[in-house]
Design a protein. Structure first.
Length: 242
């Protein structure tokens, strides 16, 4: 079995990446060209498994609605600003993907036809069946939802076999491994434990959607070369939530 996650065969996945994945260092450029090119190379490598990939990108490297809110910006306005930030990131990714030879289509949850296609589920699925990598931008198109929830929603809609959550750590720990040396890494945990264990992996809405639609989640270190391909080849990397 070529493409599988811990023995479960996979055909189509959603990769959720924070916008910070496009930044090189915490104080570096919001969108670092070399970092974006490396991102594209990792996706190209992962596509050799034959799995269809859809990416949901966050916008936190540019703007965070909740931070804006804490600084006095209206919550709805701040969330829309964050959604627009994800569109900027999607365009940067698309540019690097095209240059890397990856056939790509961007769809946005908020219509902005001059910039990208609007999200149309059947069209997105058709693109993927034709071997195109999708980038979904604009979150869910609504304030009060995170891009994690957007990823869980898109994964449910397109019938993804798994949601891969890219992080900078190698899985889910019982506590913050940087602060607590006793923290243990989980190889596999249930949705219930992930949801109620205050493990700060994703928000409750995102978990609920994945649980209801039986979409396993893999939390893994995307920033190690070869890791995303390895996860899709069945290697037991990261933490599986199912
Ligand atoms: P097929 O129908 O499978 O051939 O898909 P396609 O995406 O190659 O063809 P289409 O003619 O629909 O699109 C050609 C190009 O225009 C692609 O790069 C699309 O992403 C882009 N495109 C299509 N619709 C829109 C839109 O509403 N807005 C923008 N900005 N681009 C679009």
């Amino acid at each position: 079995m070529k493409s599988n996650i811990r023995g479960q065969s996979i055909r189509r996945i959603v990769l959720k990446c924070s916008g910070e994945a496009l930044r090189k260092a915490p104080d570096g450029l919001s969108i670092d060209p070399a970092t974006v090119q490396t991102f594209a190379r990792r996706i190209k490598d992962a596509l050799t498994t034959g799995v269809q990939i859809a990416i949901v990108i966050g916008g936190g490297n540019i703007y965070r609605g909740n931070v804006g809110h804490s600084q006095g910006i209206d919550r709805n306005t701040g969330d829309f600003m964050g959604m627009l930030a994800t569109v900027i990131n999607a365009l940067a990714l698309q540019d690097a993907f095209v240059k890397a030879g990856i056939e790509t289509r961007v769809q946005t949850a908020i219509e902005m036809k001059e910039i990208a296609e609007p999200f149309i589920l059947k069209r997105a699925v058709r693109h993927m069946e034709k071997g195109r990598t999708m980038i979904f931008a604009g979150g869910t198109g609504n304030p009060y939802f995170t891009t994690d929830t957007a990823a869980a929603l898109r994964a449910s809609e397109i019938g993804a076999d798994a949601l891969l959550k890219a992080t900078k750590v190698d899985g889910v720990y019982s506590d913050d491994p940087l602060k607590n040396p006793e923290a243990v890494k989980y190889d596999k945990i249930s949705y219930a434990k992930a949801l109620h264990g205050h493990l700060k992996i994703m928000d409750a809405t995102a978990f609920s959607l994945c649980r209801e639609n039986r979409i396993p989640i893999v939390v893994f270190d995307f920033f190690q070369d070869g890791n995303i391909r390895a996860v899709m080849e069945g290697q037991p990397l990261g933490t599986l939530i199912c």
